[in-house]
Design a binder for this molecule. Structure first.
Ligand code: UD1
Ligand code: CA
Length: 458
């Protein structure tokens, strides 16, 4: 196999998105569309991956800064796709073999299909191989004009005659090129067209004139080469990404009540016999074990959920970890750093942040537990609040094993409630409570007889 180099075009403005955000950073099925393309490129283990950026290049560069394998080339101004590829000449100086050109706005292409293109290109020894597709609605795309069997040229929609517009075979914008002579050819492309741009597809006619061999490969699944130019197209592609993910999960034993309303990001993993009810959103790098039940309206982001966990309706769970047999919700909010150990239970209107709840401990109603370490078999009464913020710093609360916190208590951190201690209902705990002790802070109750009727007379 020849050396492989990948170039991804992403310098265009994406005018039709009407967005402040660079087009290729818009999310398709939960992941920025360019990430899909980079993943596909990397799957082929190329010698280099170069991204051509231009419009909002700084935003793009910083969004992709975790990819140390990428080289960036800035195209400024953006004079068309041929010009974009030409800007990589210096970066690719001395390279030989095959150059694969991808578009940052065509995210559904699979590594398998791309591999087929490369194999075909290299075994035919062509100067260029164009990936094409036959579609029902070719409008907007470049059309493949053939003379006999062979591709003669590509004509852009805007420049096409009505006869050419009737052609349903389109240019996917994905090509394999022999690097030998490629940049020299690109320099010979003119901008004589409706947009006054240097069109990369024009290299095909140029090669044919020069008698170099150009091949095509027709992709069978046209979804793979869908380009995104507008938000309507973005939504359509997102739907396909989701459908593929849901199909993969169901094949692996996950029950999805209503796939059309179930949003699972591509990097999420879910174990068998877990049930996803309608309207759930599982995002980022979340992992969910087997035998879980996730009820409607739940959103889980970057979290680890073990086996047999039940998440009741309308919970939001972010960067948290739930051990086996935990039950949460409905209406619970688990924020960054919530750790629920085996059999712990969190009920309705309970918020946890940076808090560990021990094995079998419960906070069933209306509580805020922040920056707290809570032992095993602890009972947190309704309305309990850890007052973790003193206006300047966040402070820790420790509640040891078997403690009982009565309803409507405030724990003024930093503070510790010892093993097995009781906090009476409505207590404001300002000092540590020793193990086994009872803490009460409210004054003695006073009853005023006949008060109501005396008030009403007045
Ligand atoms: C392009 C092809 C068309 C094909 C279609 C497939 C050209 C002239 N036309 O049209 O034949 O059917 O893709 O989706 O190539 N870009 C740059 N620099 C530029 C211009 C564009 O980097 O100066 C990038 C864009 O960011 C985008 C890609 O190149 O990622 C394609 O550009 P776009 O303007 O979307 O081309 P299409 O009109 O879709
Ligand atoms: Ca496009």
């Amino acid at each position: 196999m020849a050396d492989l180099h990948v170039v991804i075009l992403a310098a265009g403005k994406g005018t039709r998105m009407k967005s402040e955000l660079p087009k290729v950073l818009h999310r398709a099925g939960g992941v920025p569309m360019i990430e899909h393309v980079i993943q596909t490129a990397n799957a082929l283990h190329p010698r280099s991956v170069t991204i051509v950026i231009g419009h909002q290049s700084d935003a793009l560069k910083s969004a992709l800064s975790s990819h140390s394998e990428l080289s960036f080339v800035v195209q400024e101004p953006q004079l068309g796709t041929a010009h974009a590829l030409l800007t990589t000449e210096t970066a690719l100086r001395g390279a030989s073999g095959t150059l694969v050109l991808l578009s940052g706005d065509v995210p559904l292409l699979s590594a398998k299909t791309l591999k087929t293109l490369i194999d075909r290109h290299e075994s035919a020894g062509a100067a260029a191989t164009v990936m094409t597709a036959v579609v029902d609605d070719p409008s907007g795309y470049g059309r493949i004009v053939r003379s006999g069997e062979k591709i003669a040229r590509i004509v852009e929609h805007r420049d096409a005659t009505s006869e050419e517009r009737a052609i349903r075979e389109i240019n996917s914008g994905i090509y394999a090129f022999d690097l030998d002579g490629l940049f020299e050819a690109l320099r010979n492309i003119a901008a004589e067209n409706a947009q006054r741009e240097y069109y990369l597809p024009d290299v095909i006619a140029l090669y044919r004139q020069r008698g170099r061999d150009v091949d095509t490969i027709v992709v069978s699944n046209v979804d793979e080469i869908r380009g995104i130019n507008s938000r309507v197209e973005l939504a359509a592609v997102s739907r396909i990404v989701r459908q593929n993910k849901n199909a993969e999960l169901m094949a692996a034993g996950v029950t999805i009540d209503d796939p059309s309303t179930t949003y699972v990001d591509p990097d999420v993993s879910i174990g068998p016999d877990t049930i996803l009810h309608p309207g759930v959103s599982i995002e980022g790098r979340t992992t969910i074990g087997g035998g879980c039940e996730i009820h409607s309206g739940v959103r889980i982001i970057d979290s680890r959920i073990a086996d047999r966990v039940t998440v009741n309706n309308h919970c939001v769970i972010t960067e948290s970890s739930l051990a086996a047999d935990v039950r949460v919700g409905p209406f619970a909010h688990l924020r960054r750093g919530a750790v629920l150990n085996e059999n712990a239970r969190v009920g309705n209107f309970v918020e946890l942040k940076n808090t560990t709840l021990g094995v079998g401990s419960k906070a069933m109603h209306l509580a805020y537990l922040g920056d707290a370490t809570i032992g095993t078999k602890v009972n947190i009464g309704a309305g309990t609040i850890t007052c973790n913020y003193d206006g300047m710093a966040k402070n820790q609360t420790t509640i040891e094993d078997g403690a009982f916190i009565g309803s409507d208590s405030q724990l003024i951190a930093p503070v510790t409630v010892g093993k097995g201690a009781y906090v009476g209902s409505g207590t404001t705990v300002r000092e540590d409570v020793p193990a086994g002790a009872l803490a009460v802070s409210a004054g003695k109750q006073r009853n005023i007889d006949g008060w109501v009727s005396s008030k009403k007379r007045g």
